[in-house]
Ligand binder design. Structure first.
Ligand SMILES: [Zn+2]
Length: 268
C-alpha cells in the first residue's frame, strides 16, 4: 500500500487488530474462504496467525476504496477494519472495483453474525413479531384468527394463495387444512346495517367452480366479528348466513362473535 507523503496516518492499533480477529471468531471474513487464521505452531510454545486486520477504506489517498470523508482516527478505528487471511487481504486490494466498500462491509457483518451464532448459539436476529408489523388485518380480524387458532388447535395462515384450475390460483383471507379439504376462512367485520350476503353468495358460487390442484374440496368458514348496535342485529346476520349455508354448494360453517368478547378473551 502506497503511503501518501506528509500524511503518516496511524495504522490499526494492537487493540483494533485483536478486536477485528476476535469479532470474526478468528476466521477469514471472505464468505468464499472462511479460512481459520489461528492455529498451533509445531513448537508447543507457539501459535501461528495468518490473518490480518485489513483496511476497508485505505489509509492512503490513492489506496483502494479510500474515503476522503473519513478522519484519520476513523480510518484507524475498528469500524474500518475487517479480519481476513493474507491472500484475501491482497485480493480485495488488487481488485477494488469488484470488492467495493459495500461488499466488504457485508462480508464483515455476515462473519460477525456467524461467529455470534457459533459461539453463543444465540442468533443476533429474531423473527419480526406480528405486533411489530403493519398488519393487513384489522384488530377484529386478528382476534378472529386467534379464536380460530384456539378452535382448530393449529396456526391459521392469512393471505393465502393456492393453486387452482390448472395454472390459476385463488387468494383466500385465511386458510387451514382439514384432511384432504382446504378450509377457506372469510373474515367479516360487521358494525350494523346491511350485511353483504349477496356478494358472499356470489364469490362462493364462483370459487366453487375452480378445481383445486392440491385439495379435494373447499370447506368454508365465515367468521363475523360484530360490533353492531343494537346487538340483536347479530342474530339477523347469523340467521341469514345459516339460510345460505343450507343451500350453499359447499360445506359452510358460521361463526358470529362480538368484538368486545374477543377483546376480553385475547387482549390484556
Ligand atoms: Zn481468506
Amino acid at each position: 500500500m502506497v503511503m501518501a507523503k506528509n500524511q503518516p496516518e496511524p495504522k490499526f492499533s494492537r487493540r483494533v487488530r485483536e478486536l477485528a480477529s476476535r469479532r470474526a471468531g478468528g476466521i477469514c471474513s471472505n464468505p468464499r474462504c472462511e479460512q481459520p487464521a489461528h492455529g498451533p505452531g509445531e513448537d508447543p510454545e507457539t501459535a501461528i496467525n495468518i490473518g490480518v486486520a485489513a483496511h476497508i477504506t485505505a489509509r492512503s489517498v490513492d489506496g483502494p476504496r479510500h474515503d476522503p470523508a473519513l478522519t484519520p482516527t476513523q480510518r484507524a478505528s475498528i469500524d474500518n477494519a475487517i479480519w481476513l487471511c493474507q491472500s484475501c487481504a491482497k485480493l480485495i486490494d488488487d481488485d477494488a472495483d469488484r470488492y467495493t466498500t459495500f461488499v466488504i462491509r457485508d462480508w464483515k457483518l455476515q462473519r460477525e453474525n456467524k461467529a455470534s451464532v457459533a459461539m453463543r448459539g444465540l442468533p443476533p436476529y429474531r423473527e419480526i413479531r406480528p405486533s411489530e408489523q403493519l398488519s393487513a388485518l384489522t384488530i377484529g380480524e386478528q382476534l378472529a384468527i386467534r379464536a380460530l387458532e384456539d378452535e382448530f388447535g393449529c396456526h391459521v395462515e392469512t393471505n393465502v394463495k393456492v393453486a387452482a384450475g390448472g395454472n390459476g390460483w385463488i387468494r383466500l383471507p385465511a386458510a387451514v387444512v382439514h384432511g384432504e379439504d382446504l378450509v377457506w376462512i372469510e373474515l367479516h367485520e360487521y358494525r350494523g346495517g346491511g350485511f353483504p350476503h349477496d356478494p358472499i353468495k356470489g364469490w362462493v358460487q364462483n370459487a366453487i367452480q375452480m378445481k383445486l390442484n392440491r385439495f379435494r374440496k373447499f370447506v368454508l368458514y365465515v367468521f363475523v366479528v360484530s360490533s353492531s348496535d343494537p346487538p340483536q342485529l347479530d342474530e339477523e346476520v347469523e340467521r341469514h348466513l345459516y339460510e345460505f349455508a343450507k343451500t350453499a354448494p359447499c360445506e359452510v360453517h358460521i361463526r358470529v362473535e362480538r368484538l368486545h368478547k374477543l377483546r376480553a378473551a385475547y387482549e390484556q
